[in-house]
Design a protein around this ligand. Structure first.
Ligand code: UT7
Length: 312
């Protein structure tokens, strides 16, 4: 879709992360690694691991929190999109399982999954914005949910220290006073530098270079297209993959690190769940004023990438 302007109101958000913690110290006992290496190279201290919960369970729990937070009338939900690359079943979709778990049975609801890897939540928001804009739907439940531990090779120190499980949700509606700008894209990846078969495989350095490049370009293009001065940005919520990538984006964009929301130390990389979990945590911590702008930015397998600005 490239650059695209529309309207979207964030009505509520929620998150759920499993109770089970896998710390760097725990990983030292499993693979040839150290807390020092993981912390200094990635910023991660610990991650959450599903303990029997499925991707649909995590997604449902995050959605329930979003609904309960504002007492949202769930009968307004007529669109459910779950961004995930780790569905618990090949079919039905995680979104359909969430619909069943939430007991949503209104005629005309549509529910489907979307796989755009770590950029999935932003892709899903863009799709929802277009559907809400067209008038076919009124209330959208957008979720990023992953159980990456089930496709993680705990013998491979290059990848197993990076990922965690969790889910984040947002309820969004159309609102002509809340501008939303999207800049999403996908780039060919002949060498499959980041892919998943039975397990996650990654050429870390190539992905690192790609990520650093596209965070900068996606946000710069977005700000120019939307005529948004940096001073108007309340917070940037980047995909939580590596603290060094976030720091390099801060330098390249000349935007202070304090403007970036960071929770990678607690959860590691939760792929499509990382941005909505961070969004919900950020909203717990910050008081948002009307017209405040936030920017979400992500990158991942595909190679997918992109950013969006949302207005409060
Ligand atoms: O969400 C999808 C997007 N994913 C990303 O954005 C990930 C992007 N890439 C990265 O974040 C970084 O490339 C990594 C964190 C994956 C790796 O960091 P790096 O600084 O690029 O390390 P490296 O791959 O160049 O490896 C440096 C050394 C190697 O040893 P030698 O060959 O120099 O002896 C690795 O074998 O570090 C070694 N190494 C480890 N050592 C201890 C790799 N993993 C580990 C480990 N513990 N867990």
């Amino acid at each position: 879709m490239g650059l695209d302007k529309g309207f979207l109101k964030i009505v509520s958000t929620g998150r759920y992360t499993p109770d089970k913690v896998l710390s760097n110290k725990d990983l030292e006992k499993i693979v040839d690694t150290t807390d020092e290496w993981i912390t200094s190279r990635t910023g991660i201290k610990e991650r959450r691991i599903a303990n029997g919960e499925t991707t649909a369970d995590l997604a449902t729990l995050a959605a329930q929190k979003a609904i309960e937070k504002v007492g949202y009338d769930k009968n307004n939900i007529d669109l459910i999109i779950v961004a995930t690359f780790t569905p618990n079943l090949k079919s039905p979709s995680v979104a359909s399982q969430v619909q069943t778990n939430l007991d949503l049975d209104k005629q005309g609801i549509i529910a489907f999954d979307l796989n755009a890897a770590c950029t999935g939540f932003i892709y899903a928001l863009n799709v929802a914005e277009r559907m809400l804009h067209s008038g076919t739907h009124r209330g959208a439940l957008i979720i990023g949910a992953e159980v990456i531990s089930k496709v993680t090779d705990y013998q491979d120190r290059n990848t197993c220290v990076l990922f965690g499980d969790g889910a984040g949700a947002a309820i969004v509606e159309k609102d002509k006073t809340k501008e939303a700008i999207f800049n999403i894209s996908s780039k060919e990846d002949q060498d499959l530098i980041l892919h998943v078969d039975d397990y996650v495989h990654m050429d870390g350095q190539k992905v690192y270079q790609f990520a650093s490049r596209v965070i900068e370009s996606s946000i710069k293009e977005l700000l120019a297209y939307g005529n948004i001065p940096k001073s108007k940005i309340k917070k940037i919520i980047p995909h939580q993959a590596n603290i060094r990538i976030i720091k390099s984006a801060s330098r390249a964009l000349d935007i202070p690190l304090e403007s970036f929301f960071i929770n990678i130390h607690k959860y590691g990389n939760t792929s499509a769940a990382s941005i909505p979990i961070a969004l919900d945590e950020m909203l717990d911590e910050e008081t948002m004023e009307t017209e405040d702008k936030i920017i979400l930015v992500g990158f991942g397998a595909g190679l997918t990438y992109g950013a969006c600005s949302l207005t409060f």
